[in-house]
Design a protein around this ligand. Structure first.
Ligand SMILES: Cc1ncc(COP(=O)(O)O)c(C=O)c1O
Length: 364
């Protein structure tokens, strides 16, 4: 058997007629920049998430930049986040000259541990960026409480969690600003780079809209230093089709995760730690990541029988070369470091069959 990790090809086949028609329509209209498909997408995203404003943009990375720029994050400001995430979370902080301040993760969810945030707050702290890793929202009540106590803003990095919920509310409708990514392999992916910023704040929304078009308020009049951060109309056209079926995809992802849970629970030949999603939230299951010992050997053996795996992420950000100047060292965030050594993502997509999951479980 040969398993496909994300199976984007199958998904394209599934929605091919509609997606290709939508792409062709943009090509024929030549409305490549800010076409009506963008307006339609933003309305649909607002409806889907319940967030008052959904602002599409060029990527999840740019969504984070736009969010921080809207909050006037300046050089020297400190932003608290997790070291166990994709580089973009902290890279964008540093790109703006601000300082990523890391806080270790919770051992169960692998998300930032809210109990460890307060001790890292200084007069320079401006915001907290919790990351909904693998699709699971963070402990938002606790995070919002600390933020309110210290007058901090909260920007959710929900690049992996579009469609997840926390206490019944969309992860894109929490915090002061929430960001997501439509990178092709994300739960809701487009056909290139894409992202969105969500907020319920009218002023922030209009600033973010301006920032994504070079800070202009009217053509060629620029109020802010902004960026070229628009989503292509072509990507919106793809997303408009895929968003219609997304609720169904999410259910399928959750069913795949459940099936993995059941199949792997009974395997005691090697010690596995399975993912845990807390009762008051749902995961978009961007990844189904387990913890194993001797990961590299296992990965190779699995690949030999047609099962691709991935590591999200092998080196926590405080130990990355690009952040050496921050002065962290090994041992500073022991949970992140242990999990980074053991974590391994199994194939995850809505179309994994029971037979495929059984095959993966057997081989594990
Ligand atoms: C946690 C996290 N943050 C940010 C990003 C950046 O998103 P994009 O690739 O769309 O720029 C990603 C995507 O890989 C991510 O996983």
């Amino acid at each position: 058997m040969k398993i496909d990790f994300a199976n984007l090809q199958y998904q394209h086949e599934l929605y091919k007629d509609e997606i290709e028609q939508a792409l062709l329509s943009v090509a024929r209209k030549c409305n490549f920049i800010m076409g009506e498909e963008i307006v339609q997408l933003e309305e649909s995203l607002q409806n889907f998430t319940g967030s008052k404003h959904a602002i599409s943009c060029s990527s999840g990375t740019d969504a984070l930049l736009l969010a921080m720029m809207a909050l006037d994050i300046k050089p020297g400001d400190e932003i608290i986040t997790t070291p166990f995430t994709f580089i973009a979370t902290a890279e964008t902080i540093a790109f703006l000259g601000a300082i990523p301040v890391f806080v270790d993760i919770d051992e169960i969810t692998y998300n930032i541990d809210p109990a460890k945030i307060e001790e890292k707050i200084t007069p320079k702290t401006k915001a907290i960026i919790p990351v909904s890793l693998y699709g699971q929202p963070c402990d938002m009540d606790e995070i919002m409480l600390v933020a309110a106590k210290h007058g901090l803003k909260v920007i959710i990095d929900g690049a992996q969690s579009f469609g997840s919920t926390y206490k019944g509310k969309s992860d894109s409708n929490l915090g002061d600003i929430s960001c997501t990514s439509f990178f092709p392999a994300k739960p809701l992916g487009c056909y290139g780079d894409g992202g969105a910023v969500f907020t319920n704040d009218d002023e922030l929304a209009s600033k973010i809209k301006s920032l994504r078009v070079h800070g202009q308020t009217k053509r060629y009049y620029h109020k802010y230093i902004g960026m070229g951060g628009r989503l292509d109309t072509i990507q919106a056209a793809v997303l408009n089709v895929k968003l219609k079926y997304y609720e169904k995809d999410l259910v399928l992802r959750q069913e795949v995760a459940l099936k993995y849970d059941e199949s792997l629970k009974n395997k005691n030949t090697i010690s596995l730690i399975l993912p845990v999603v807390k009762n008051d939230r749902t995961s978009a299951y961007a990844q189904y990541s387990i913890r194993v010992k001797d990961r590299e050997i296992l990965q190779e053996k699995l690949l030999n029988v047609g099962i691709p795996t991935a590591v999200h992420y092998p080196l926590p950000l405080h130990l990355q070369e690009c952040f050496a100047y921050l002065g962290y060292k090994a041992g500073d965030f022991p949970i992140s470091e242990t999990v980074a050594n053991e974590i391994m993502s199994l194939p995850m997509n809505p179309y994994l069959s029971d037979e495929e999951i059984d095959y993966i479980a057997e081989n594990l």
